[in-house]
Design a protein around this ligand. Structure first.
Ligand SMILES: Nc1ncnc2c1ncn2[C@@H]1O[C@H](COP(=O)(O)OP(=O)(O)OP(=O)(O)O)[C@@H](O)[C@H]1O
Length: 236
């Protein structure tokens, strides 16, 4: 069966005043795929993700999510996307559950539907036990897992994660990777950036290597083995 393309990135450019951060990216991403985006510091990974997440606008080009133009109809695209940025977006004085209730209401969820979504997302990130504790008692890894849970409340079809395992403990890293696999198996498309080739190797169906705002190569790990071996790529 032909794979369904869910994201089409076309001739994408993002310029800041002195810097072209994304310089003509074209890319297709499939439904249910775990797609890894690798590249050294400053390659443009976060810039690309922030455009996919509708947080920043392209200078030119477009991204189509299920054929909806992100440039023309960002409000429709937003509903399809969950975004986990590098910075943790939580109210640290509130408990984990109160954070989820708050974010759920921001997404327009109420009552029983909100309750069921909270139960599901807590199950996905395996964070049921400490959910009544204030967030400032959480480890960095637990905060990140809560952030991922919050980004899943509105049941997005695409989850965009900017270095979700950076700086987290081993247990949280294991939980996050297992959540990513579970979501993909259930039909969610996951875009995932990392500095670590060995991490995306184990989990991503395909990956792209970004350098100076351009995609140098894209494929499965098996397809890219030669590329990484011959060029002795470092991702940092
Ligand atoms: N708001 C901004 N204004 C000006 N330049 C920016 C801005 N944001 C990013 N840049 C520049 O764009 C380029 C790409 O940055 P970006 O953060 O997307 O890279 P990255 O691959 O995510 O790096 P890292 O792995 O360090 O997070 C860098 O040269 C960066 O300095």
């Amino acid at each position: 069966m032909a794979k369904e393309i869910i994201i089409q990135i076309r001739d994408l450019i993002k310029s800041y005043s002195r810097k072209v951060a994304i310089n003509g990216v074209n890319l297709d991403i499939y439904k249910s795929e775990i797609f890894g985006l690798l590249g050294p510091n400053g390659a443009g990974k976060s810039t690309l993700l922030s455009m996919m997440a509708t947080v920043s606008k392209p200078t030119s080009g477009d991204i189509y999510i299920k054929d909806i133009s992100l440039v023309k109809q960002a409000h429709l695209v937003k509903k399809l996307i969950g975004f986990v940025p590098q910075e943790i977006a939580l109210y640290t004085k509130l408990s984990g559950i109160d954070n989820l209730k708050f974010w759920g209401q921001v997404y327009g969820l109420r009552g029983r539907v909100l309750q069921e979504r909270i139960e599901y997302v807590l199950f996905v990130v395996a964070l049921q036990d400490r959910i009544k504790d204030p967030v400032d008692h959480y480890s960095g890894g637990m905060k990140r897992r809560l952030n991922i849970a919050a980004s899943l409340l509105h049941n997005p079809q695409i989850l965009i994660m900017d270095e979700p395992t950076a700086g987290v403990d081993v247990e949280s890293r294991r939980c996050i990777l297992s959540a990513v696999k579970k979501l993909s198996e259930e039909g969610t498309t996951v875009i995932y950036t990392s500095h670590y080739l060995e991490e995306v190797d184990g989990i991503c169906h395909r990956l792209a290597f970004l350098k100076e705002g351009r995609i140098e190569t894209v494929g499965t790990m098996a397809e890219l083995e030669g590329y990484f071996a011959t060029s002795n790529k470092k991702t940092k």
